[in-house]
Design a binder for this molecule. Structure first.
Ligand SMILES: [Zn+2]
Length: 419
């Protein structure tokens, strides 16, 4: 009795400890990897000076509900996992538990598909709203085809992840967080290195940018910035959306800058040059590697937190107990733990992301010396993408990967003033 009581006490202390370690490591990694210098502190600007009342109303009407749909989806997926963890269909788990690792793969794929189905009404509503405002160009058939493809890929990864997770939990019992951290980092590397070559082409058509003004601009700016740009691609984003964007991805041979066709065809050349300069800023400062370094620094604390949460949720399935080997029935608790830990670390990583993006903006302004086009671009982009230029603070804190449109305009204003 006494030993059990003591054990119970130290068990209760383990979760706060894991939380403290998680917060400390996320803060330390963010401080260590934050851009030092090169960021322009934006001026406070008024949305009414850059957008009409109609544009602001339209963005707010659209984004208010889209935000609720996103939050609702998060609550729904976590709630579903919590429900399955709390009341698992034990008879099913018993039957597949005879071959635990194969069973784990089945449960992983099953949970992943269950979450897609549970979220279906909300994602369909979100799509319908995007069609209504003219942002999505996809009909329902295309949309369902995309959903089917990503559900199948998601289920494949979930099956693999669940089998691996249960194998680690059974083999390492009290310390599975350590090998799990290695798996997380390895997956991060594979995501950046192979996804642009293997997964992205399943959804879109990527073409090397043919010779022309855009390609010359990219090469000229890269030369001026002293950046090895890798390959430059044009992606047929217009098959899904009217939105414009660009990004960098890949490692080594897969390193690339990707420009949306909507960007190339829908924006003046000076503005496309600014976007290219922004992406070159990411390459100049090795921001993809910076992101991977951040992941490597926080991964041990992240998986440690996930293990402690999983033990708190799934003790009755043998998690954190010395006398029982957990079977596939423990997976919903593990999945819920990973979901919650990943959400928390995602919020932390957004702090770094916003600073990294602010520096790429400042870099693009210095490289092109064209603040007028910069401000025009962010104005036009927000109107076109129906972006809320000044979203609620809590939203930016939780989900904001970039400075807000108003902050970016404010950055252009400061650069122009100090020029
Ligand atoms: Zn960026």
């Amino acid at each position: 009795m006494e030993a059990r009581g003591t054990g119970g006490h130290s068990r209760r202390a383990r979760l706060p400890l894991a939380l403290a370690v998680a917060v400390a490591s996320a803060a330390a990694a963010t401080l260590l990897l934050r851009p030092r210098g090169g960021i322009i502190e934006p001026a406070a600007v008024d949305a009414q000076s850059y957008f009409t009342a109609l544009q602001l109303d339209r963005a707010e009407d659209f984004r208010d509900i889209q935000r609720l749909i996103t939050l609702g989806g998060l609550v729904l997926s976590s709630g579903t996992l919590a429900l399955v963890a709390w009341r698992p269909p034990l008879r099913v788990f018993d039957r597949i538990g005879r071959r635990p690792i194969l069973g784990a793969a089945t449960v992983g794929a099953g949970l992943s598909l269950l979450l897609v189905v549970v979220d279906l009404p909300l994602s369909a509503w979100s799509h319908q709203r995007a069609v209504d405002v003219g942002l999505s160009t996809q009909d329902w058939l295309d949309w369902f085809a995309d959903l089917g493809k990503s559900a199948a890929i998601g289920a494949g990864f979930a099956a693999l992840g669940a089998a691996l997770a249960l194998a680690l939990v059974r083999r390492f019992r009290r310390n599975w967080w350590a090998p799990a951290a290695v798996v997380v980092v390895a997956f991060g590397v594979v995501t950046i290195w192979l996804f642009p070559v293997v997964i992205d082409p399943i959804f879109n058509d990527f073409q090397k940018l043919p010779p022309g003004p855009t390609r010359s601009d990219v090469l000229e700016l890269a030369d001026k910035a002293g950046v090895d740009v890798g390959e430059v691609y044009r992606v047929d984003a217009s098959r899904r959306t009217t939105a414009a964007n660009a990004y960098v991805n890949g490692l080594g041979h897969s390193k690339r800058v990707v420009l949306f066709d909507n960007l190339i065809t829908g924006f003046p050349r000076d503005q496309v040059r600014l976007v290219v300069a922004h992406e070159l800023g990411h390459q100049k400062h090795n921001d993809l590697l910076r992101g991977l370094a951040w992941l490597a620094l926080v991964a041990p604390a992240g998986t440690f937190l996930a293990q402690r949460l999983a033990e708190a949720f799934g003790r009755r399935y043998g998690l954190g107990t010395p006398d029982r080997k957990p079977g596939p029935a423990a997976l919903p608790a593990i999945a819920l733990a990973i979901t919650l830990a990943a959400f928390g670390f995602g919020v932390a990583s957004n702090v770094l992301s916003r600073q990294v993006e602010a520096r790429a903006d400042a870099f693009s302004l210095r490289l092109t010396d064209d603040p007028g086009s910069f401000i025009q671009f962010h104005r036009g982009l927000a109107v076109r993408n129906i972006t809320d230029p000044d979203p609620p603070g809590f939203w930016t804190t939780l989900f904001g990967t970039h400075p807000t449109t108003l902050q970016r305009i404010g950055t252009g204003v400061v650069f122009d003033r100090d020029r």
